[in-house]
Design a protein around this ligand. Sequence first.
Ligand SMILES: [Zn+2]
Length: 312
Amino acid sequence: MPFALSCSKKAETGPVTTFISPSLTANDQKAGEQSKNIYATKTLDETPDKTINEPINQNGPKGEGDAAENRTDVTNYSSVEPEDIEKLKKVFASLSDKCKNAIKNGDPEEFLKDLKAVLADDKDDLLLLCDKTHYLPEGYAPKDLVLLQKTPEYNVIKPNIYLRAPCIPSLTQMGADAAKQGITLLVSSTYRSYDRQVEVYNRLVALDGQEQADRESARPGTSQHQTGSVIDFGNIDSSFEETAPGKWLLKNAWKYGWSLSFPDGYEDVTGYRYECWHYRYIGKKACEFQRLWFSDVQQFMLEFIDEWRKLS
Ligand SMILES: [Zn+2]
């Protein structure tokens, strides 16, 4: 059980970020440092959101005040039900060791508050687990696809490119902010239907063989692109990492709710080699939750949420 259940008292008087486990790996610690940054950054509160709460950690060390200001509003979940703690234990028991180890060692009450805020915010069903072993429901196709066209905020590489409606406002805002820094976001690939994924996958198998195709593409029914909330940016290859848009997105996309699905060094977890161009819209709260609690790995967070929902 990664959570220090007995720490919940201390957590009331100190910042939750002090509970990062000393047993975490160097990489995890780095992620932990990044996690702290979501509370130290000012980027999200330029436009005050009605869900931003008053500081919780009044006694936190200098610099943590900003952190507390940016916390998700959890006032609706001020008390944690004992059955939630039991559920948390059950979910943990079902997770892989890698996933367990990636979760920050913190106050379970804080975690549950954040989790419930994220789930309550997911009205558009953006947190579906979809990977090589978790198929989307048969015949799944989003009902709210919108045709994307070139705008002042972003460019599109071709006609007939569709994205789910809930993703559009954040894409527009992200593109506008990138453009202010002279960066143009190019949308290269978005929604793929099941049938289209059949074509893409079969073509790769014919070209490179099945093993390589599985590293680079998804079998039909398992592609995040079928969710309609994914964008491949730029030239869709590893050179994108070195481009200005690639660097900008890696640093900033999460602030707009876009999560890098297949990060570097996690092929054994996601099933995909590093894809610096592939971002999935999961919403701002989920991106913050992912950074704070799940070592900033989308896959771990979605696996957790999937198990949690199975018990709901
Ligand atoms: Zn992609």
